[in-house]
Design a protein around this ligand. Structure first.
Ligand code: ADE
Length: 267
């Protein structure tokens, strides 16, 4: 996987690529990275990259020329009418709160491509013509507004590179949050008793069957509590196996009762 980041502040993304698991993935040649400073493609000697929006309104927008030139410099071409995006192994992505949400499913899809070119916005956004001419995909990392697209790009990079083959062991991905449509189970390490609170007995039992079952129950319980919106999708899509469905069906009425009680309290 190759990440090419277009930014006014390459030092923000550089730092991430020099750290920990990512640094190792780079060293092993599994991941490649380069940052392009958009300011290097400005047209004037002041290296201007922003201007006020036509039609008025607050803030400044990023100018189209430096962005277009920066994109072309890394091999992103203007899109042809009717061009089939799904056949392309390289994708130009603009990070914006107006984009489609970054989910684990989208992260998995992107992690299978050869190259992601990530365009980071600043100010109030970028000239729409750049999006229309060059951008394949607009992605949001959540329903809130960040002051910098770089932070959003790093979230996308982090969510995708770890799914690239050989970066981490496949077992580490098996039971983490969102795999199989559920959140992760709670985990414990030493000491066995921390400030009077003991590690759940079942985890000390060495009984693998019981531990597996307990963890699955905890995943369902936690998902019902924190992210009930994930449950119908899992039940309807066939993502949950028979055992998971049975646990959901047993715990669902309990979580419903709890919810109702809270409502009653408010009355
Ligand atoms: N830039 C600013 N806010 C953002 C968000 N929520 N997602 C992606 N890019 C952004």
């Amino acid at each position: 996987m190759r990440y090419t980041v277009l930014t006014l502040f390459p030092e923000i993304t550089d730092a991430f690529f020099a750290t920990s698991i990512m640094a190792r993935a780079i060293e092993r040649g599994i991941v490649e990275y380069s940052a392009v400073n958009i300011r290097d493609f400005a047209l004037d000697r002041h290296r201007t990259c922003d201007d006020a929006p036509y039609g008025g309104g607050p803030g400044m927008l990023m100018l189209p020329e430096p962005l277009g030139r920066a994109l072309e410099s890394v091999g992103v071409r203007r899109r042809m009418p009717g061009e089939e995006l799904s056949l392309r192994r390289k994708r130009a992505i603009y990070l914006t709160p107006s984009g489609r949400p970054l989910t684990q499913t989208l992260a998995r899809e992107l992690s299978g491509l050869d190259e992601l070119v990530l365009l980071c916005g600043r100010y109030e956004g970028i000239d729409q013509r750049v999006v229309d001419m060059y951008i394949d995909d607009e992605v949001s990392v959540g329903d809130y507004v960040l002051s910098s697209g770089e932070v959003a790009a790093l979230a996308l990079i982090d969510a995708t590179y770890r799914l690239v083959e050989r970066v981490i062991t496949p077992e580490s991905l098996d039971e983490e949050s969102f795999s199989g449509g559920l959140l992760e189970y709670p985990q414990y390490t030493r000491p066995e008793i921390y400030d009077t609170v003991k590690v759940p007995e079942v985890l000390l039992s060495g009984h693998h069957g019981n531990i597996r079952r307990w963890r699955l129950e905890k995943r369902v319980e936690r998902t019902l509590r924190q992210r009930p919106d994930l449950i119908p999708a899992g039940m309807e899509s066939g993502l949950f196996d028979g055992e998971t469905r049975e646990i959901v069906n047993r715990l669902l009425p309990l979580s419903g009762t709890e919810h109702k009680e809270n409502e009653d309290e408010r009355d």
